[in-house]
Write a protein that binds this ligand. Sequence first.
Ligand SMILES: [Zn+2]
Ligand SMILES: [Zn+2]
Ligand SMILES: [Zn+2]
Length: 126
Amino acid sequence: MHPTEPSQTAAPSPDAPGPGTPSAGWHPAHDGGRPEGRRCAHAPDVTVPPPPHPDECEDCPPGDPGRVRLRRCTTCGHVGCCDSSRGRHAYAHYASAGHPVAVSLAPDESWAWCYEDETFLVAGAS
Ligand SMILES: [Zn+2]
Ligand SMILES: [Zn+2]
Ligand SMILES: [Zn+2]
């Protein structure tokens, strides 16, 4: 390892999935604000089963307006509200259950978040 390598942060991806493979696996998203790169040991285990109640946080009172966006635990399927919501139940679930990765259920968001590694994860095809 020489410290004289170019400062490009191109992460080696020998097994980068080709086009047309939307569920080829998850990996940490590139983050220009973190040039040291992000790592997440949980990414290979991320699966996204269909949510039973995609429109409601399991822990918020019904109709609670404090809910903003929903996150689904990829370990057990728990649905909780995001950190911008009043309850922050997705984070609360991580804190209580220790399940590290939650995928966004927002229709305009297609990423998962690893609380343990504080890293965005994106699916193989973007
Ligand atoms: Zn992780
Ligand atoms: Zn909630
Ligand atoms: Zn869980």
